[in-house]
Design a protein around this ligand. Structure first.
Ligand code: ASP
Length: 455
């Protein structure tokens, strides 16, 4: 009974009273009609889409007057707006991850579901990342990316690049563990997502283990989680403005001309990433999650556009969670467990990019990678995507490890850096999409046996 009441508490949805902005503490179906909710969501979704288009157009307009006062003052204004939006999302991130995992794990554990959810989540992550790697390597081969490009064009950039310390998979793993099992207060203060995830997993299990004794703490965690979701609803109201500013700033400040030097690689990687996100993932979702792509994309549009604009799956996580729960109807316990974990560990777009980029660099310097070496690239790219934090250009840092794993020069990063910020937009969308998709699949395969509240 306790468990049922507890889950019922968590299942309360988090809507703002549209008229007076008062949070209603009632079950959604009784207070806000489904039609009202869909209308409100649709209008926000549409606003976000329009804001994204306007942001890109305004960015192009600004780039026409790069030296003008209009450019400088607009950039200043856009910088302030985007910092407020990203700052608010980051402010909520760590408390949200912590509370959602604690609540999710304690609910799943209480319902005897944790083991099953965990196994399906890992199986989905490994499967989708492996498919992404095969696609990345396959397309790089198919289009021979980098072959015939004159390396001398990049010699200057490469010479100026400071080679970082060697990053091998073993040193990477040691660092990974050393940075994960740390003082939780340090982790909170430094925003170390992985360490917070691990600590929250422990607390969630301990709460269930303690049973009745820790009932008050469980309720506190559930209410704290509700408060976080309420605050996300507020931040969402700023999303159209934030996304407009982020995209306008990105387009206005990126040097789009460098794209042409690496056009073929950029087109192949972006096209393959889009193929993974538009064909492979929806197919898997349809087969294993029994959800049609239109419903999925409609329900997740706000999160996907935010991922595109922020290039950060961590910053997008609050929205991913909201979309999964409210639009895709994933149970809060499953979404609360799978999405934060996926944000940190499941990055199909990043894995695909790193594998294709390693082949690009090898072709560029005229090195034929053997099959064994390509396998090493894939394995390292998988580890690298596990460890890459969900922030802009994180994949570029872990990319060094992938290059060095088969003896490719780390300086080659200098070639990719100028276009990375643009390519990052699309791969982050696919990273975020994968997390939400996995939450649907996991939910579908565990929901029948999850303890549902009495309504
Ligand atoms: N920006 C990506 C993300 O946040 C990580 C990457 O650089 O690949 O998911």
């Amino acid at each position: 009974m306790q468990v049922i009441n507890y889950i019922r508490g968590v299942r309360r949805l988090y809507f703002l009273d549209k008229k007076n902005s008062i949070f209603t503490h009632k079950i959604c179906h009784s207070d806000v009609t489904l039609k009202d909710k869909i209308t409100a969501d649709m209008s926000l979704n549409t606003q976000i889409l329009i804001a994204a288009i306007l942001g890109i157009a305004f960015g192009f307009l600004l780039s026409v007057f790069p030296q003008s006062g209009f450019f400088t003052s607009s950039l200043y204004g856009l910088g302030i707006i985007s910092s407020i939006f990203i700052g608010l999302l980051k402010m909520l991130l760590i408390p949200l991850i912590f509370s959602s995992i604690v609540v999710g794990v304690s609910n799943l554990q209480a319902g005897g579901q944790l083991g099953k959810v965990w196994k399906i989540t890992v199986a989905c992550c490994v499967t989708t990342t492996t498919l992404a790697l095969i696609l990345g390597i396959g397309c790089a081969h198919l289009f021979d990316v980098g072959k015939g490009v004159d390396i001398a064009l990049f010699q200057n950039d490469m010479n100026q690049y400071q080679t970082p310390d060697t990053l091998t998979p073993t040193s990477f793993f040691t660092n990974f563990i050393q940075n994960t099992l740390i003082n939780p207060f340090k982790a909170f203060a430094e925003g170390n997502v992985l360490a917070v995830v691990v600590f929250a997993l422990f607390i969630g299990v301990a709460l269930v283990h303690g049973g009745e004794r820790f009932k008050a703490v469980r309720q506190l965690a559930a209410q704290f989680f509700e408060i976080m979701m309420l605050m996300i609803s507020w931040v969402m109201k700023l999303a159209p403005l934030g996304i407009f500013a982020l995209l306008a700033k990105l387009i206005a400040t990126e040097d789009l001309s460098v794209l042409s030097r690496l056009a073929e690689f950029a087109v192949v990687v972006t096209g393959t990433t889009i193929f993974h996100g538009a064909v492979v993932l929806p197919l898997l979702l349809w087969i294993f999650g029994k959800m049609d792509p239109v419903t999925f994309f409609k329900g997740t549009r706000a999160a996907l556009i935010t991922a595109f604009a922020t290039s950060s799956s961590s910053a997008t996580m609050p929205l991913s969670m909201k979309c999964a729960q409210e639009n895709l109807k994933v149970s809060p316990a499953t979404a609360g467990f799978v999405i934060p974990l996926g944000t940190q560990l499941n990055m199909d777009g990043t894995a695909l990019y790193e594998a294709a980029a390693a082949l690009f660099v090898a072709n560029l310097i005229g090195l034929d990678l053997s099959l064994g070496q390509q396998l090493i690239v894939c394995l390292t790219a998988m580890i690298a995507s596990l460890g890459a934090p969900g922030i802009p250009s994180a994949g570029m840092v872990t990319m060094i490890m992938v290059l060095q794993s088969v003896g490719l020069p780390a300086e080659a990063i200098a070639i990719l850096l100028p276009i990375d910020r643009l390519l990052d937009t699309v791969r982050t969308v696919v990273n975020v999409q994968g997390d939400m998709m996995i939450s649907v699949v996991v939910d579908r395969h565990t929901r029948e046996t999850v303890t549902e509240p009495n309504s």
